[in-house]
Write a protein that binds this ligand. Structure first.
Ligand code: PEP
Ligand code: MN
Length: 337
């Protein structure tokens, strides 16, 4: 449940309520808004008696949260969460486009892409240094060298960087270079990793597992939130269906659904959703129209030579055209880009 305190409730009234909840063996999550404080109660599975709390001074009302995800739920936090990353705001009125190569391959490849996507109006640079590949014989990423190149590209362009972390033990290393930690689709239910990024002092881009339901995605987000990191960005990147012409099937309805169920920002990855560069632009337009807070798009200067995901990567000029085409769509739904 959540406890809504009266406007102007004192610090000691809040402390009394918190102490009572903790006596029950529950955890407390304080959310101090401009007008009032909301106390989230993370239960121990047993039903809670709201009466005693409702009678305490300073309490306005209590609201049960029936969904299994609590901290991630819209009931818990009615207003949209805006995740700030070095001045870039994800979840605000202005949409955020993250772009860059699937994998960091070389300094030239990364810097050329970074400059191009920045010129086209992207606000965050993406690039994998640790790559989850289906085959152990495929390029696995440059590892720490890739992270250093990302930091160099940030230095040069000023763009914050998002990059994937695949193992809990690597969270400290990746955190020293990355501005946003990406949890990939294959790791969405890697609970040790969710725990580790939940304790990191960095925003997390959490990608939906390719075989995961919307509720499972929100429960994964709940892990991160419940470990103390409230800067979570959800990412719809397509799910597996029987369709073979596309790499995955973009679940477009997940976008407005996630926005209804949760306060967390939602970005769409049209590259992994479709697997085909020709589909990236129209699907991006659909995502913006559906209310996504941002996009994450793969761009490569020479897709035919890419070491991963070339078939779904846009050349810089195509990406710039996509950005121009998105602006009127964003405006049509009351956003800017
Ligand atoms: C990626 O972003 O390059 C990636 C591997 O994505 P996903 O985890 O969605 O497959
Ligand atoms: Mn990729």
């Amino acid at each position: 449940m959540i406890v809504v305190m009266k406007q102007g409730a004192t610090k000691s009234q809040i402390a009394n309520v918190t102490a009572r909840i903790e006596q029950w063996g529950c955890r407390v999550h304080l959310s101090e808004g401009e007008e009032r404080t909301i106390i989230g109660v993370i239960g121990n599975g047993r039903p809670l008696d709201r009466g005693p709390i409702e009678r305490m001074t300073g309490v306005e009302r209590t609201v049960p949260i029936l969904r299994p995800f609590k901290l991630a739920s819209r009931e818990f936090h009615p207003r949209d969460t805006v995740v700030s990353v070095n001045g870039v705001k994800v979840g605000d009125q202005q949409m955020v486009v993250m772009a860059g190569p699937c994998a960091v391959e070389s300094r030239d490849q990364l810097l050329e892409t970074a400059r191009a996507i920045e010129d086209a109006g992207a606000q965050v640079l993406r690039g994998g240094a640790f790559k989850p590949r289906t085959s152990p014989y495929s390029f696995q990423g440059l590892g720490e060298k890739g992270l250093r190149l990302l930091a160099e590209a940030r230095e040069e362009t000023g763009l914050p960087v998002v990059t994937e972390v695949m193992e809990p033990q690597l969270v400290p290393l990746v955190t020293t270079y990355a501005d946003i930690l990406q949890v990939g689709a294959r790791n969405m239910q890697n609970y040790a990793l969710l725990h580790a990024v939940g304790e990191a002092q960095r925003p997390v881009l959490l990608k939906r597992g390719m075989m995961s339901t919307v509720e499972e995605l929100l429960m994964a987000a709940e892990y991160i939130l419940s470990h103390g990191n409230d800067r979570v960005i959800l990412c719809e990147r397509g799910i597996r269906t029987f369709e073979q012409y596309t790499r995955n099937t973009l679940d477009i309805s997940a976008v407005p659904l996630l926005k209804q169920l949760s306060h967390l920002p939602v970005v769409v990855d049209p590259s992994h959703a479709t697997g085909k560069w020709e589909l990236v632009e129209p699907v991006s337009r659909a995502a913006v129209a559906a209310g996504a807070d941002g996009l994450i798009i793969e761009v490569h200067p020479h897709p035919e030579k890419a070491l991963s995901d070339g078939a779904q990567s846009l050349k810089p000029a195509r990406f710039a055209a996509l950005m121009r085409g998105l602006r009127p769509v964003a405006e049509a739904v009351g956003r800017t880009l």
